[in-house]
Write a protein that binds this ligand. Structure first.
Ligand code: SF4
Ligand code: SF4
Length: 101
């Protein structure tokens, strides 16, 4: 199933989304966890709440930082989202936050 999702994944999001776009997407997230279930790079459990909180403003835990560094922008997390959000773009912002710190 994951292989199939990866085959139909859209191109990875670029930096065309501003931080306010990302914040809007995080506010719209219903926390269903489908994006993380589809992710081939997640190696240890992370809750969506912690991930979302870290993406724009919150503290970045070691496990979230590890996940952000592991994300390779494959886009497999996007098709499963029931509300059309772009976890890949959110992860890109998290990577930027890591670089800024
Ligand atoms: S873009 Fe990143 S978070 Fe999304 S599925 Fe790929 S590796 Fe996982
Ligand atoms: S799949 Fe979409 S709604 Fe569900 S947790 Fe991920 S981003 Fe949020």
């Amino acid at each position: 199933m994951r292989k199939l999702l990866r085959m139909f994944a859209p191109p990875p999001a670029g930096l065309h989304k501003t931080v306010s776009h990302i914040a809007q997407e995080i506010n719209a997230c219903i926390g269903c966890n489908e994006c993380l279930l589809a992710c081939p790079a997640l190696s240890e459990p992370i809750t969506i709440d912690v991930l979302n909180h870290a993406t724009v403003h919150g503290p970045i835990t070691e496990s979230v930082a590890h996940f952000a560094r592991s994300c390779y922008q494959c886009g497999a997390c996007v098709p499963p989202c029931p509300v059309g959000l772009h976890r890949d773009a959110m992860m890109l912002w998290l990577k930027i936050r890591l670089l800024q710190e």
